[in-house]
Design a binder for this molecule. Structure first.
Ligand SMILES: Nc1ncnc2c1ncn2[C@@H]1O[C@H](COP(=O)(O)OP(=O)(O)OP(=O)(O)O)[C@@H](O)[C@H]1O
Length: 233
């Protein structure tokens, strides 16, 4: 699956100028970059929500074959966690996905104790875990997750990344994040957007090597600053 020569604007504001990205199968594709650079817009585009970009989408599954967890989470506050997950299991047109051992682990550790709690009573991080888990229950060819690690503590973020890595072994997974530390030791392909284009495409260790540091946040900052400077020169 790829995005080819994508130029896209919201009214007068250009978001991408000839953006090219070839996504990987079998490992999660991680979109990173500064606030407002166009990460969510990229997920919207892959979900076919920007019709003007259609000609740049190559081998991107149809919308009905796509599971999209939005950054802002929508749910019924009076349903319990158990009822909410039951809806994910039952509503799917394609039948629900079998829970993998990694998913069963997070269910037992995190979700089972919350089963009878109403969604409206959950913390922000707990809600996000329920809805990420629910999206993984859907049977789709492609899964899009907008900041699934936002507001999640480090140990739960580690479990979520495990779920998304196991999902990516069989289906396409694209996610955005600002939590770069959570990508350490994970097999994943990182794409960094800046200045309307993709300025990095590689692994976590390749990003560290490129910027000659062991600190991923420092590597990211150097990458963003250098790609800013390059364009000014
Ligand atoms: N429907 C819209 N109409 C006009 N401008 C929009 C629309 N949606 C997003 N934008 C603008 O496009 C830019 C990119 O937005 P987007 O949400 O894709 O950024 P992002 O990289 O996901 O940011 P963040 O990291 O803060 O979540 C932003 O400046 C935003 O204000």
């Amino acid at each position: 699956m790829e995005i080819k020569n994508l130029s896209f604007s919201y009214h007068a504001r250009q978001i991408y100028n000839n953006l090219n990205i070839k996504f990987s199968s079998e490992i999660p594709n991680i979109i990173i970059g500064p606030n407002g650079v166009g990460k969510t817009t990229l997920l919207d585009t892959l979900a076919h929500l920007n019709p003007s970009a259609a000609s740049s989408l190559i081998d991107v599954p149809d919308a009905k074959e796509t599971g999209y967890q939005l950054q802002r989470t929508f749910f019924y506050p009076t349903l319990t966690v158990g009822q909410t997950l039951e809806i994910y299991r039952k509503i799917d047109h394609a039948g629900s996905r079998r829970e993998t051992p990694v998913m069963e682990h997070i269910y037992t550790e995190v979700l089972k104790p919350l089963e009878t709690v109403k969604m409206g009573m959950l913390s922000g991080g707990e809600k996000r875990i329920v809805l990420t888990y629910g999206t993984c229950l859907l049977q789709r060819k492609m899964y899009l997750f907008d900041e699934p690690l936002s507001g999640i503590d480090a140990s739960n973020a580690y479990l979520i990344m495990d779920i998304l890595c196991s999902l990516a072994e069989k289906e396409l997974v694209v996610m955005t994040t600002h939590q770069l530390g959570q990508l350490k030791n994970k097999k994943a392909r990182i794409f960094c957007l800046n200045q309307k284009r993709c300025v990095f495409n590689g692994t976590y260790s390749e990003l560290l090597q490129l910027e000659e540091t062991q600190e991923v946040d420092e590597a990211y900052s150097k990458l963003i600053n250098s790609t800013r400077t390059n364009l000014v020169q």
